[in-house]
Design a protein. Structure first.
Length: 558
């Protein structure tokens, strides 16, 4: 008898037809790369299917610990905290179980798991930390890496570390899932780490064996794409222009007024979302339900955005069209139901190294064509849809074809410390999808040597392993640990929590920020308080970390 009822969970999901292929891949090779577009149900259906393969199929890796009567857990990565929580809540609801029992999640500062948890959703940062703390991954029977196409640094690193782990634990099933056409690349890297049975799994054009690829094509209805360029620039030196945001609001309001469809609007960040929501409110009044969707919202607000129009009917508000104004969260990580129209600003916020601060910051850039295609496809899942891109067709053709991997554009100081703690200075020998730029990894190592975190050979020192326990950039981690001895662990934790919160501080007045956070007036005071308490606990040695030889804890969840 199956631990999870896949027929019930997969009802109506296109991926259900691919389950036999996934089972065959895991049985023959122990690995698989799933290529399936957003909305096919891979995030919902693959984790319980893998759990059934491990638990019910009799696969035992011999690494069970406490919990669930000795059964091993399937760990599933999601690139964002909100996506990890949402995926866990959805799967728990479909299985009719309480969140934290059979299905749970663990993200920075928030965890809902128990001894009975069989599927645990985490961020890549959580998985990297666990791998560095204990490379055997005790109690884990399989790992699913979702949204690997997003190519953030932590996701790439988690993939590479798992490839190396499979050289020691070739009985550990690993599944990588992508919404784009890069599956073959990950398949070659994953199989290169060693197959579970040594079975013939096929080969690429060069003769190199590849992990099996489970390909689920998009099932889309007719999609009409139009272009609505703004009469003003999209970007200037300060970011997204107010005139362009007014244009996006006008295009959206006209679309809703003309067709009455549930509409999904893509914008790069919270400031832009707030501005467009205000403009839409002025244009549409109470004729539409207008909702934000981004990672800074509390879980209840996020759930409301992804719940669909049915929830509104039950509240007696009538059946107004819904307009969800979102970051790229709704591109592939979260599905907003009922959408028949998409308005795309064709912008994205991506990590870039800030040379002034010598750290990574988020910069607004043009989205890739891949991303825009995924966004447009959200309108054609249920029936014929419309997608409006707020630029010219010629401008669209000049967009970059793919999202740049973050390892090529980000500050790599944290990455360099992680791979040093793993025992692979500079990432040498790891199956990374893209190698880190030599100039950037050299600069990062120089910073770490200045912090006393690595030695002349690039290997982690005791100080470096202490810094790696802190879920922050190593420079902030050094400030936390050194500052605790000067001003006390609580004050040091509060300062570093404020510095790492990502909050906007136009005046750059840290003292004023701290006063607002401590008073509770700041909207993010609750999250800051939680992070400060966690940092204080780490300083005091209460993070429950595990050490193995030269391996310390990694950074925390993203």
């Amino acid at each position: 008898m199956s631990m999870f009822d896949l027929d019930h969970i997969g009802r109506g999901l296109p991926f259900a037809e691919a389950l036999p292929d996934l089972r065959d891949a895991l049985s023959s090779a122990g690995t698989a790369v799933v290529q399936a577009p957003p909305g096919t149900g891979k995030t919902t259906l693959v984790p319980p299917a893998v759990a059934n393969h491990v638990v019910v199929g009799g696969v035992s890796t011999g690494h069970a610990t406490t919990g669930g009567g000795g059964t091993e857990r399937v760990v599933v990565t999601q690139p964002r905290r909100v996506a990890a929580r949402s995926a866990a809540r959805r799967l728990a609801a479909l299985t009719g179980t309480e969140l934290g029992s059979a299905v749970g999640y663990s993200v920075r500062g928030d965890s809902r798991v128990s001894r009975d948890t069989l599927v645990e959703f985490v961020t890549p940062g959580v998985l990297v930390r666990r791998l560095i703390a204990d490379p055997d991954l005790p109690g884990v029977g399989a790992v699913v890496l979702d949204e690997v196409h997003e190519r953030d640094v932590e996701s790439d690193l988690a993939f590479a570390l798992l490839c190396e782990l499979r050289e020691l634990r070739d009985d550990l099933p690993v599944v990588a899932m992508s919404a784009t056409v890069e599956a073959d690349r990950f398949a070659r890297l994953l199989d290169g780490a060693g197959g579970a049975t040594g079975a013939d799994t096929g080969a690429d054009s060069s003769g190199h064996p590849s992990a099996p690829v489970v390909d689920v094509p998009a099932v889309l209805h007719p999609l009409e794409i139009t272009y609505a360029p703004a009469p003003v620039p999209r970007l200037d030196a300060r970011g997204v222009t107010d005139g362009f945001l007014e244009h996006v609001a006008t295009v959206t309001a006209d679309e809703v007024a003309s067709h009455g469809h549930d509409t999904l609007v893509f914008l790069p960040g919270v400031r832009e979302i707030d501005r467009v929501i205000r403009a839409l409110g002025a244009r549409l009044g109470d004729t539409a339900e207008i909702l934000p969707l981004h990672g800074g919202l509390d879980p209840a607000a996020q759930d409301r955005a992804v719940s669909g129009r049915t929830a509104e009917r039950t509240s007696g508000s009538g059946s107004r069209p819904r307009v969800v104004v979102s970051t790229d969260l709704a591109e592939s990580s979260l599905t907003v139901p009922g959408v028949r129209a998409v308005v795309d600003a064709c912008l994205s916020r991506e990590p870039r190294r800030d040379t002034a601060r010598d750290m990574t910051g988020l910069v607004t850039v043009s989205a890739s064509r891949d991303s825009c295609v995924q966004r447009a496809g959200r309108a054609a899942r249920l029936g014929p849809g419309r997608a409006i891109r707020c630029l010219t067709e010629q401008e669209f053709s000049r967009l970059p074809p793919h999202r740049a991997p973050a390892i090529a554009t980000s500050d790599l100081t944290t990455f360099a410390l992680d791979v040093a703690c793993w025992g692979a200075p500079r990432g040498e020998g790891l199956a990374l999808p893209d190698a880190p730029p030599v100039s950037e990894i050299t600069r990062a190592e120089s910073v770490l040597r200045g912090l006393g975190a690595v030695d002349s050979d690039g290997r982690a020192t005791d100080r470096g392993r202490d810094l790696a326990r802190v879920p922050a950039d190593p420079r902030h981690a050094r400030a936390l640990l050194d500052g605790a001895g000067l001003v006390g662990s609580r004050t040091a934790a509060e300062v570093v929590a404020a510095l790492t919160s990502g909050r906007r501080s136009p005046g750059g007045d840290l003292a004023a920020d701290l006063r607002a956070l401590r008073s509770g007036r700041a909207p993010d005071a609750g999250a800051w308080q939680q992070q400060a308490s966690r940092l204080e606990q780490i300083v005091q040695g209460g993070d429950g970390r595990s050490r193995r030889g030269s391996s310390g804890g990694g950074y925390g969840a993203s």
